[in-house]
Design a protein around this ligand. Structure first.
Ligand code: NAP
Length: 262
């Protein structure tokens, strides 16, 4: 029986990259999305194709749901229970950038609330819902192991004064990771934070020219844009239990962005 991964926001970008990499090592997938059903279906089809090429038979299904809404989060987890009967990995990936990218001194409370619901509250309560179900699975079989991976950002540490809400949400997600790592460790559930750097996706498309120049000028020692597959490969390594004696840890996938240089 294949292991089962629930990936939020897997219709496009980094979530899609994670789905394709997990498919290639034989995971069944639930592809969550918010609006873009056609893209979610394309992720499913490409995942199944990827798995076949690598010699695996997998199941992959889409499930719409706004992770900022409690009722949708519950429906999403119920969908996984009813269609797959188990969950071995939750990837909290769905997120939005700062709405309007306003300066700190002008940012609105309304935009703050909208971003926090998706980027921080949603992942926290999905950790709670899925973590509780994982505890049940471990109670039934104490050799069973689960994983939760939160896709944070270099913005959890690096400031952008025109994206304050985004930075605060990602810093909060770091603490969410440590909290659930401490709470769930006794049940064999490891919780990780993966911090992507500058990754090519629809989210970064509007600021492409700015980052092209910064990367070219040496912002990161590895002088290229990150790819969604770079993040996907890191997730696979964690999901496949290659770091069994770790939990609550941060894995940077950022081309060396965090190295201080003089
Ligand atoms: P993206 O290209 O904009 O894709 C966002 C994905 O999240 C889409 O699948 C979208 O679904 C989904 N989504 C958005 N709001 C949602 C909601 N309320 N409920 C459920 N799904 C929702 O973004 P990305 O660049 O791949 O970013 C993915 C994650 O990585 C985010 O958490 C982001 O903060 C983080 N990250 C990105 C970068 C980067 O450079 N790109 C760097 C660091 C961290 P639809 O297709 O239905 O709209």
């Amino acid at each position: 029986m294949n292991q089962v991964a629930l990936i939020t926001g897997a219709s496009r970008g980094i979530g899609r990259g994670i789905a394709l990499e997990l498919a290639a090592v034989g995971w069944d997938l639930i592809i969550n999305y918010s609006n873009n059903q056609a893209a979610a279906e394309d992720t499913v089809n490409c995942s199944i194709e990827h798995a076949h090429k690598a010699g695996h038979e997998i199941r992959a299904e889409i499930c719409q749901g706004d992770i900022g809404q409690a009722i949708d989060r519950q429906r999403l987890v119920d969908f996984v229970r009813n269609h797959f009967g188990r969950v071995d990995l939750l990837v909290n990936n769905a997120g939005i950038t700062s709405i309007g990218r306003s300066d700190l001194l002008e940012a609105s409370e309304e935009n703050w609330d909208a971003l926090m619901a998706i980027n921080l509250k949603g992942p926290f309560f999905l950790c709670q819902l899925v973590g509780s179900w994982m505890l049940e699975q471990n109670n039934l079989d104490d050799s069973w192991r689960g994983k939760i991976i939160n896709i944070s950002s270099i913005s959890s540490g690096a400031v952008s004064t025109n994206r304050g809400d985004y930075c605060v949400a990602k810093a909060g997600l770091s603490m969410v990771t440590k909290l659930f790592a401490a709470r769930l460790a006794d049940a064999g559930i490891n919780v990780y934070e993966v911090c992507p750097g500058i990754i090519a996706s629809d989210m970064t498309e509007p600021v492409k020219l700015k980052y092209d120049k910064m990367i070219n000028d040496g912002l990161t020692p590895i002088r290229r844009w990150g790819k969604s597959s770079d993040v996907g490969k890191a997730v696979v390594a964690l999901a496949q239990d290659y770091f069994p004696f770790t939990t609550g840890d941060v894995f940077n996938v950022d081309g060396g962005f965090t190295i201080r240089r003089i």
